[in-house]
Design a protein around this ligand. Structure first.
Ligand SMILES: [Zn+2]
Length: 80
């Protein structure tokens, strides 16, 4: 798949980091499965995965993660 951003690169399976802002809390997910451009580094996360991240961020905020940056790793199974 061609990169839609730089057009010269190729999108390949990889991982990226995504930060979501929820009220006063920002939640950063690492190792999110994504297609990553081998030329410019542009990352694309599919709709299902990003919905899951939004749900997780909401859940973390509602269960009382303090107003700090919460870092989550090992999310590689999220697309399963
Ligand atoms: Zn690109």
């Amino acid at each position: 798949m061609r990169c839609h951003y730089c057009v010269s690169g190729e999108m390949r399976p990889g991982t990226t980091a995504i930060t979501l802002q929820r009220e006063s809390t920002s939640v950063t997910f690492h190792h999110v499965p994504a297609l990553v451009c081998d030329a410019c580094g542009e990352a694309t996360v599919d709709a299902k995965t990003s919905q899951k991240l939004f749900d997780l961020a909401d859940e973390m905020v509602s269960t009382g993660v303090p107003g700090l940056t919460a870092e989550v790793s090992g999310m590689c199974d999220i697309a399963a």
